[in-house]
Structures are given as structure tokens and as C-alpha cells.
Design a protein around this ligand. Sequence first.
Ligand code: CP
Length: 305
Amino acid sequence: MNLQHVIQSQQFSVPNLMELFGRTRQMETIVRRGGTRDYDDKIMASLFYKPSTRTRFSFESAMYRLGGKVLSTESAKSFSSAIEGEQLEDTIRIIANYCDVIVLRHNEEGGAQRAAAVSPVPIINAGDGGGGQHPTLALLDLYTIYNECKTLDGLSVAMIGALDTGRTVRSLAYLLSKFERVKLYFLAPPEMQIKQDIINHLQEHDVSFQLESDPSEIIPKVDVVYQTRIDRERLQGKEVDLSQYNINPDMLKRMKSDAIIMHPLPRSVEIDPVVDRDPRAAYFRQSQNGLFVRMALLTMLFDKE
Ligand code: CP
């Protein structure tokens, strides 16, 4: 696969995904053995305009496990020339002189695309704006589903939360739409439902989906419950019972015995910590997979040269 930038999840075909997942399995072995020095001539810059725990740390860890080096700012709005009004494009042109790949989390939707348009080195979108995409998270989500469910065809997946602004859900919906007989359920209060661009994409690709506000009928049917946070402030003044969307022991009882629970994290109240003890809780395994998938992605970008 000739991978130049990683901007949106739609850019990956099924053969690309299988190549990535093959490499990801190799990375699991490499990490168990303590890493490799194969990429010790490579430098990764991580440029984050918005806070991150998992994405930034896992990318930086990935680069170190590959033997490479990292340049980093975790608060680029304050600790870069952005504070002097420097435009993203200029910042990218400068930083690209010092590294082999840039991992960018930008506060504006389309930020990664703007960066890629001027960058001579690969740009990896680590999340753009409030309603953009988070493709590397969707890749690790898909890898987790593949690992846990042993297939990607014929699955029923419920996505819960503030779906309109959910970058992770948006990116994952694009990826899941590439597989056979997938059924997607979008469970959210009507004012937070998935946006029309995703609906259009699913219709164009003949993917079965359903929009619902009541999770009770859907939860017992699905193989994957993909939970995300709901920003309570957005519903102020409206009578919405958000507790119906929470994963708690009651909801666990209604789920299939072999279903899995995922969450991009960080979580708030939407998953009761007692759920962590249930073997179906896959969210910590999911975040660990982020390291392996991001190592694999970096090698795909470096190896094409
Ligand atoms: N899920 C996710 O992207 O986490 P961070 O914001 O901590 O990177």
C-alpha cells in the first residue's frame, strides 16, 4: 500500500486494512520482545492543539518502540508560534524540515487536510475539530472488533452518545461500511443524532442502518456496543433521560453473552466502573491496541520510501 497521509478513514480499502492488521500482529510480537531499532533514523513530530492522553502517548510510545525519536508539543496553541498568530500551514512547512512524519491534532475540522496540502512529509490526523474525523482511532477500533469478534462481516453494531460531534463514531462508521452485511444502530437523543453526511454515505453504499433514541430494543440484538460520552451541557433545559444510555449491570444483563463493549475513552458516567470486571468490557484492550496499530501505521508510512 502506498500510504502518503492518513487523513480520513474512507481512504483505506479492505486490502489496505488487512495489510495494516497483518503488520499490527507483528507489532504485538515486537513489543513483547521489547521493541526494535529498525527505525532509529526516523523522527516523528507530535503537534497537538487540543489535549490528548491516549493518542499522543500511544503515538510517542509507538515511535520509541520502533527505535525512532520524538519531537513533541502537547499544547501547540500556547507552546508554538500559533500564539503569535502563525498559520497552521506555515507551522507545518517549518516542522516538516525537522522530521519524517507529523502527527497532528487540530482544533478545526479540516485542519489535517490543510496540513497535508502543504506538507512534504506524511501527516497523520490525530483528530480534527469537533465534527471531523479520528481515523487512527477508527483503525484501532476496527482491529479490536476483528480480534474480539473474529470477523468483520455480518456484525450488528450499536453506537451510543453525542453522535453528531463524535469523530470516532463518524470514522468508524465509514470503515464498517466497507464490510458485508453490517448493520449499524445509531442510539442518541434526536438532537445529537449522526449527521446527514454519514447517512448519505451509508445509503450510497447500501449499508443497513437505523436511527433510534430508545436503546432498550436494540441492545439485546447487537454484537458490539460502542459507547461514547454525551456532553450533558448541550441538553440543558431539555427533558432527556440520559441514564437510559449508560452501561451498567442492568444493561449488561440485556446484552448478548458474547457481545463486546467498546469506548474510545476518556469516559465519564456513561460506563459504570463495575462493568470493567465483565469480560465483555473491551475498552482497555481497545486502547492498548492503539499502540500496536499506530506502530504498524508508522512502518507503512516509512517503508514506502
Ligand atoms: N480517544 C482519544 O482520542 O483519547 P485522547 O483524547 O486521550 O487522545
